[in-house]
Each structure stands twice: as structure tokens, then as C-alpha cells.
Design a protein around this ligand. Structure first.
Ligand code: BG6
Length: 491
């Protein structure tokens, strides 16, 4: 067993923020699905906590509504839900106060001496106080584990403070920091694609690869989260976590095995190798934008500054594009273009790997241009892997060439049943004590250190986001970023 894998099983989960948005949309529907699939231990208990007073019955009604409104709604059945409710309790707590933890201890009964998962689905400023209270109350013991949602801090200093508070109650081996992108099937498949096939590895380096692009484009706006989002922006909200995690999986060296330490050791080395983008470099290597009014999914939508609760002078970026260098032997000279934005033209998360053109075009004499080969890994909404190859167009005329795509639809190949919510896998891994798909403290530090350099650069150079219409692909300057280096975005 890997030194980072925990040996014992858990008997209960306590969800702080049990009536909040994340718990409603993801956690209760995921736990219900695990229950229906027989994946929760028979005596596993579910305790919801928040500050408001609810009875067990009224809370169970809320949970039922959450399941019915979720992606797992089709799994709902009265009998299954009745047995799920047998596991469920609600207790109101003042989570910052060690004395306030008493109702949780009472609800846990003897489970509190066995393994308990504490899931912090709360505002980030409560992470530290809750962990301290769990430590002081004795609930955080050698059998418990804690799950923390992002964001962990808003820069390296605040991340240190939060991680120190977590560490005061939980050993690092018992801390599970969620990046829900790592729970997505297509993201995990990246590891299989790279390390379970022999054909890619010899090509996976600067000798053969021209450029890599990672895009997470969303059509949604800030979804009523102004208070959080305006202090974060696209760089902290998406790049620091999801995009850097994807970049790590694409760029990492083959790990010695599939153990949590082996995988995470390789990921953190990529983060340490990111070339800093600091000072005046930000003007060359980054483009920021903020959405103005426009159309999304066919409907007229307001601009960022007109969102509910907005202040009209905000300079927070809702779009960012970056040209990133990785300073190591494998990737020297290969640009990684990262891009994410709200209110973009289309929802699309994808990784595009463009190979170098053939060294010499023997067909140039007959006027045939060669498009470089491209490996496109689509993560969502559909899960698809496409490899484009040049082929001869059939016919008796002079040689004509055209690009043909080899398409592998992961949906058609594998998914005969329902598509799982990413949190189902993540919760099960916490239960089993397997931290491979969770972010280790040193990864958080390395990611923030790099992100802080960019934020400082924007401040010192006064770089402000450029407006872009909702429903576009971001500000026009974003198009120019790869073009300056002879590349263009894959759209
Ligand atoms: C979250 C961000 O982490 O990820 C949100 O805070 C973003 O702003 C979301 O919308 C995107 O996740 P997904 O799974 O919908 O791509």
C-alpha cells in the first residue's frame, strides 16, 4: 500500500454547509447514487449540518428535492430513498465553536471513535475555524479525514494560513482537497491514454509537438456568485485549479506506478517547472477580458457589471488567456496556451495537441499543403478523442490530399449506463482513503506561487480586462496571443 493511502474505512460523513448550493447540486445526489449502487458500507451514516434549525424530516425533504432536481433524478425511487433516509440525520451547529460541535458528537454516537469524514462545503473563510473547532473538540482524531473544496486561499499567504489551520487538526495524509475536474472520467482517461498506450509516449515531447492548447469555455455567467467571483476572477477561479491540473496531466513524466505519491510527485514537478510570468511579461503572455452584454445559448444576457449584486467599477477578469512555458527537457520551447472564460460562444473543455509538420513536403510540387496532425481530447460536453491525419482523396485525378479524423467517442465505446457525477467517484475515494485524485499541499503552494506572479504583474503594469461580448470567444486581443507566435486557437 502507498504511504499516502489510508488503511481503515469510514463509518460516517458529516457535511458542513449541508443546505448550501454544492451540497444540494452535487453531494446529496452523489451520496444517494452510491447508496443505490450498494457502494456505501451498510452502517455508513450521513449527518448534515448547517446553522439553521431543521428537523430530520424537513431536512430529508430538502435532500429528496435536491435529488429530484439533480442529474441523478432518474435514480429516485421511494423505497430506495426510504432506506437512504435511515442513514440521514441533521444537526444545527455553530461550527466555529468547539462547544458547538457537541450535537455532532451526539449524532455520531460511537462512529466518532471510528472513521468519520468531515466535508467542508462552506464558505472558504470557515475552513480554518471549523478545522480548529474540530481539533479542539476532539472530533478530529487519528481515524477521521477532512475534505476541502476550493478555493484554498486567494494567494500563497492565505493558502498557507488555511493549510496551517487544517494541519493543526488533520495530518496531511487525512486531508482530501477536491478539484472536481480530477473526478471527471475524461480527465482520468488522460492518464490511460498517455500511459496505457505505447504509441504516444515517444512522440510526447518537444521533438514532435508544436503546441498544446487547453480550453475551458463556459456559456454560463457567474450564476449569482458575485460576492465570491469578484474577489477571484478567472485566473484564481479556474486557472489556479482546473487548468493547471489538466496541464499537469498532459505534461507530467510517466510516474513509477499508479500510486497516489507516484502520480502526485510527478504533477508537482510540472508546477515547479512553470516559467514565471512576471512584471512586464504579463503584457506579452496574458490577455484578460470581462464580458459585456450579449447572447448566451440563444438568450440575451447582461454584462458582468450588470449582474445581480455587481458594482459597476469592477476590474475582475471573466476571461483569461495565457501563453505558458514549461522549463524542462521534455517541453523546452513548446508553448502551452491556456484559455478560460464565462459567457463564451460554446461550452467546450478540450485539450488540443498539435504535432509538428513533416520536415519536407514531397507533395509541394503538385500544390498540396500539409496540415499538421492534431490530437484533440474533448472533455465536455461530449467525451471524444480525435486524431487528424492527412489522406489521399480517392479518385483518378492527380494526387489530392485532405484531413481525415479518426474519432473515438468514449460515450459510444464505454458508457452504456448513466454518466456519473464527478463527486461520486471523489466521495468513494475519500471513503476508501485513496488520495490519488486529490490535490496535495505542495501542489497548492506551487500553483499559487506561479499565479501570484501573474496577479502581481497585472497590478504593477496596470493591466485591465478588455470587454468582450457575451457569446463570443473573448476579447479580440486573445486571438492575437497565439498568432504572434505563428499559432491559432482551435475552435
Ligand atoms: C468551479 C468554478 O470550480 O468550476 C466555477 O468555481 C465553474 O466558476 C465550474 O463554473 C466549472 O465546472 P464544470 O464541471 O461545470 O466545468
Amino acid at each position: 500500500m502507498d504511504s499516502e493511502t489510508l488503511p481503515e474505512e469510514c463509518h460516517a460523513i458529516v457535511i458542513f454547509g449541508a443546505t448550501g448550493d454544492l451540497a444540494r447540486r452535487m453531494l446529496w445526489p452523489s451520496l444517494y447514487a452510491l447508496h443505490c449502487d450498494g457502494l456505501l458500507p451498510p452502517d455508513f451514516r450521513l449527518i448534515g449540518t448547517a446553522s439553521s434549525a431543521w428537523t430530520d424530516e424537513s431536512f430529508a425533504e430538502r435532500v429528496k428535492k435536491a435529488i429530484l432536481e439533480s442529474a441523478n433524478s432518474k435514480m429516485y425511487e421511494d423505497a430506495a430513498f426510504a432506506s437512504f433516509v435511515q442513514r440521514l440525520r441533521y444537526v444545527a451547529v455553530d461550527a466555529k465553536d468547539p462547544e458547538g460541535m457537541a450535537p455532532i458528537r451526539a449524532a455520531l454516537g460511537d462512529s466518532s471513535e471510528r472513521g468519520v469524514i468531515f466535508y467542508l462545503s462552506t464558505a472558504p473563510q470557515l475552513f480554518g475555524p471549523i478545522c480548529r473547532a474540530l481539533g479542539a473538540s476532539g472530533l478530529a482524531n487519528g481515524h477521521s479525514r477532512v475534505v476541502i473544496e476550493k478555493p484554498i486561499g486567494s494567494d500563497i499567504a492565505s493558502a498557507h494560513a488555511t493549510n496551517d489551520a487544517i494541519a493543526s487538526a488533520f495530518d496531511e495524509s487525512r486531508v482530501f482537497r477536491i478539484d472536481h475536474y480530477l473526478g471527471k472520467e475524461a480527465v482520468q482517461n488522460l492518464l490511460a491514454l498517455r500511459f496505457a498506450n505505447a504509441i504516444f509516449e515517444p512522440l510526447w515531447n518537444s521533438n514532435t509537438i508544436e503546441q498544446v492548447q487547453i480550453t475551458i469555455a463556459e456559456t454560463v455567467g457567474i450564476e449569482g456568485r458575485w460576492a465570491y467571483y469578484d474577489t477571484a476572477g478567472a485566473l484564481r477561479d479556474m486557472v489556479q485549479s482546473h487548468l493547471l491540473q489538466l496541464l499537469c496531466l498532459v505534461a507530467m513524466e510517466p510516474p513509477a506506478g499508479f500510486s497516489p505519491s507516484a502520480v502526485r510527485n510527478e504533477k508537482v514537478k510540472v508546477l515547479w517547472s512553470l516559467r514565471p510570468i512576471v512584471g512586464a511579461d504579463v503584457g506579452q503572455q496574458t490577455v484578460t477580458g470581462q464580458y459585456a452584454s450579449g447572447f448566451a445559448d440563444g438568450k440575451a444576457v447582461p454584462g458582468y457589471k450588470e449582474e445581480q449584486g455587481a458594482n459597476t467599477t469592477s476590474d475582475t477578469e471573466t476571461f483569461v488567456a495565457l501563453r505558458v512555458g514549461i522549463d524542462n527537457w521534455r517541453w523546452a520551447g513548446v508553448p502551452f496556451y491556456l484559455r478560460t472564460g464565462k459567457r463564451m460562444q460554446r461550452r467546450s473543455s478540450e485539450i488540443m495537441i498539435q504535432f509538428k509538420s513533416p520536415p519536407y513536403n514531397i507533395f509541394s510540387g503538385i500544390g498540396a499543403a500539409l496540415a499538421p496532425n492534431m490530437l484533440l481530447i474533448k472533455l465536455q460536453p461530449e467525451e471524444m478523442i480525435t486524431l487528424t491525419l492527412m489522406n489521399k482523396q480517392p479518385g483518378v485525378h492527380e494526387m489530392r490530399l485532405g484531413e481525415v479524423a479518426l474519432n473515438l467517442s468514449l460515450g459510444d465505446a464505454f458508457f452504456k449506463g448513466r454518466r456519473r457525477i464527478a463527486y461520486e467517484r471523489m466521495l468513494l475515494d475519500v471513503l476508501r482513503g485513496n488520495p490519488a485524485l486529490f490535490v496535495r499541499r505542495d501542489e497548492v503552494d506551487a500553483a499559487w506561487q506561479w499565479i501570484d506572479g501573474i496577479e502581481d504583474g497585472w497590478k504593477s503594469t496596470g493591466q485591465k480586462p478588455k470587454p468582450y461580448g457575451a457569446g463570443s470567444w473573448g476579447p479580440s486581443a486573445a486571438i492575437g496571443l497565439p498568432e504572434r507566435y505563428g499559432h491559432s486557437w482551435h475552435e
